[in-house]
Design a protein around this ligand. Structure first.
Ligand SMILES: [Zn+2]
Length: 377
């Protein structure tokens, strides 16, 4: 660990910091696989014992190859099932992402000599959509590739956003439909990328650079800073009607929870039809499929499974619960374990068959009653 220079921004003091996450044998006190520019009070909070990240798939499940006009891209090296680990990546550099100061360029480039040769070569091999005449190299690469990562927030200072520059995950090009999701884990100082649906060998693997629920015009204007106009299948549409249909679907998904029936009230309200949540969530899954927004699917699938549990339909419950287990096994193991437990013993679900029991009780109350239907005249 070493600090040589600092830069001041208001009340913040940014310092260079080296961290030992490397196993490539090149690390020393000032040269490591990852160098960072951090608000000084964050540094003591980073002195923790690194947890092991998930083992990297071996052999790798992706290759970096030519993606035509998009430059390089990430492609599946073999068929990848839904919910599978695609890669594990640790940052080469970490930089503050919302600081506007004249020293920023100098400070960013001061990271380079502190990064070990292997990592530096990886960093300099990344795409840079900014001209060197306007942005020094590390800033340009950060603006093109950095992924937002959460670092601990000191109690005494304002929250500061940070971006991590990673050697592999940045190779995925953007698409407004998603086949993979990226998750940052502070404890192991790594990002993992998981498939959101089955990906065929040779298919391109994408990441999202911006909010993909925004309308196409907003998405395209947001992507200008990356230097391209998005021509993904969800942007390259034949006419205005197709754009309106896609924008409406994304808008509906964004506001779904405010516009559609919710699971919890339904699960105890026998006055509502038994299939309310199932029908509603199947419609959401249709829109997700149409727009390729597979990152949104788990909560809807989960509620369908739980609806079948409340209805006591074991066959359907197992089918839908298994989808949750498959999709979450890697990226959300706790959720996967919960559903696996219910699959093993459906009746351990607290409300198992509740609606079916209520219906039986209601039927019992409907015993034939002698009604006097004689006309009173
Ligand atoms: Zn697009």
């Amino acid at each position: 660990m070493g600090e040589t220079t600092s830069w001041t921004n208001g009340t913040q003091k940014f310092v260079l910091h080296n961290t030992s996450i490397s196993d490539n044998g090149e690390a020393s006190s000032t040269v490591t696989a990852c160098a960072m520019l951090l608000d000084a009070p964050v540094i003591p909070l980073l002195s923790w014992t690194l947890q092991a990240h998930p083992p990297r798939p071996d052999p790798p499940v992706f290759v970096v190859a030519d993606a035509g006009s998009k430059g390089a891209g990430m492609f599946a090296a073999r068929d990848i099932p839904a919910g599978a680990l695609i890669l594990v990546d640790q940052p080469i550099a970490v930089v503050p992402s919302n600081v506007i100061s004249p020293w920023k360029r100098e400070a960013f480039d001061a990271l380079l000599p502190r990064i070990s040769r292997f990592s530096r070569d990886s960093l300099l091999a990344l795409a840079n959509c900014k001209p060197l005449s306007e942005h020094p190299v590390v800033e340009g690469i950060a603006l093109t590739n950095a992924i937002q990562i959460d670092l601990p927030v000191p109690l005494t200072t304002a929250p500061q956003e940070y971006g991590g520059i990673f050697p592999n995950v940045s190779r995925a090009n953007h698409s407004c439909g998603l086949d993979a999701a990226v998750k940052w884990d502070l404890a192991s100082f790594s990002v993992t990328m998981y498939s959101l649906r089955a990906v065929r060998a040779g298919e391109e693997i994408h990441n999202q650079y911006i909010d993909v629920l925004a309308p196409r015009a907003v998405r395209r204007s947001e992507l200008v800073r990356y230097g391209f106009e998005c021509m993904c299948p969800h942007c390259d549409l034949p006419d205005a009607a197709a754009v309106a249909r896609s924008d409406a679907a994304r808008e509906e998904l964004r506001n779904w929870r405010h516009l559609h029936p919710r699971f919890l009230p339904w699960s105890t309200d026998i006055c509502r039809p038994d299939d309310t949540i199932i029908v509603s969530n199947l419609r959401a899954l249709e829109l997700i499929e149409q727009e390729g927004l597979y990152g949104l699917q788990v909560p809807f699938i989960e509620e369908i499974a739980m609806s079948y549990a409340v209805l006591g339909d074991e066959l359907q419950f197992r089918d839908w619960a298994q989808k949750v287990v498959d999709l979450c096994a890697g990226q959300d193991p706790e959720r996967a374990r919960k559903f696996a437990g219910w699959i093993a013993d459906p009746r351990s679900y607290k409300q198992w068959g509740w609606r079916a029991k209520q219906r039986q009780l209601l039927d019992k109350q409907k015993e034939p009653v002698d009604l006097d239907i004689s006309i009173p005249w």
